[in-house]
Design a protein around this ligand. Structure first.
Ligand code: ATP
Length: 248
């Protein structure tokens, strides 16, 4: 793939339980330093696409049966999820997945598990994350399970940042959160993208907010990309307006 491309998904098929064809040839690219939105209704295949990239399908009895995935110019289809994290690509799962019985700070520190640099560097990055997420600094000693949904989403993104990623696959960050909190989280995503050069592939059902923060979008319907384009042009597209933005 081109040197300015960080992620290239080429015509992948995904099958669950050996028979259920869920992705029917999906291709997409994320430019280095980009924020790309993966849009579509519930069940369209967004989560499956992210899990195919990070190799998390096996636990779900899913398998990539066709196509290739390249990250930073290298084939990564056969890597384990942890090997991919070491190369700089990490997924933040839908539903936030913090360890409820650990504090926010302990959760963040678990994100450093693949690193081989020392405690001083890890401590420095922890402080940097608290600068991006002041709410997490305030809540550092709270059990994650007792913090708000927004704080748990921030914790999940902060934990991913502790692996020093070049790319984050972010699944449905807006889910179940109040609009103001969603806005706060997307502002932080934008700041991480701008200042830490982290690229994002963002799966979202909330088309409106995703297209305000992304530069490019892909729309999935039943396992196929049915439309893609610059975020601005998708926002102006009549079909997108009618079916995904709720305005005719
Ligand atoms: P959501 O917003 O619910 O995450 P999505 O667009 O991410 O939706 P997927 O979760 O990728 O969609 O699901 C795509 C399709 O694959 C759905 O029809 C779903 O029922 C099916 N599917 C997902 N996981 C499995 C599984 N483990 N076994 C069989 N089918 C599955």
């Amino acid at each position: 793939s081109a040197p300015d491309t960080i992620l290239a998904v080429n015509n992948i098929e995904v099958v669950y339980d050996h028979v259920i064809l869920v992705l029917k040839g999906v291709s997409l690219t994320v430019p280095r330093g980009g924020i790309v939105a993966l849009l579509g209704a519930n069940g369209a295949g967004k989560t499956t696409t992210l899990k195919a990239i990070s190799n998390l399908l096996r636990a779900e009895r899913g398998e990539v049966t066709k196509g290739t995935i390249e990250f930073a110019g290298e084939r990564v289809d056969r890597l384990t999820p942890n090997e991919l994290v070491r190369r700089g690509c990490i997924q933040v799962m839908e539903g936030r997945h913090c360890f409820g019985h650990l504090t926010i700070e302990e959760n963040l520190l678990t994100g450093a598990f693949t690193r081989r640099d020392g405690q001083a560097a890890i401590k420095r990055d922890l402080e940097a994350i608290y600068d991006y997420f002041p709410r997490l600094r305030q809540r550092r000693t709270s059990m994650a399970g007792y913090t708000s949904g927004g704080e748990q989403q921030m914790c999940a993104i902060g934990r991913a940042m502790m692996s020093r990623p070049r790319m984050i696959l972010l699944d449905e960050p807006s889910m179940g959160l109040a609009p103001q909190v969603v806005e706060e989280i997307f502002e932080i995503v934008r700041a991480l993208n701008a200042r830490e050069s982290v690229s994002f592939l963002l799966a979202e059902q909330n088309t409106n907010i995703a297209l305000r923060y992304a530069t490019y979008g892909y729309i999935l319907e039943t396992g196929r990309v049915v439309m893609d384009g610059a975020a601005d042009s998708l926002r102006e597209n009549e079909d997108v307006k009618e079916f995904y933005l709720g305005v005719a």
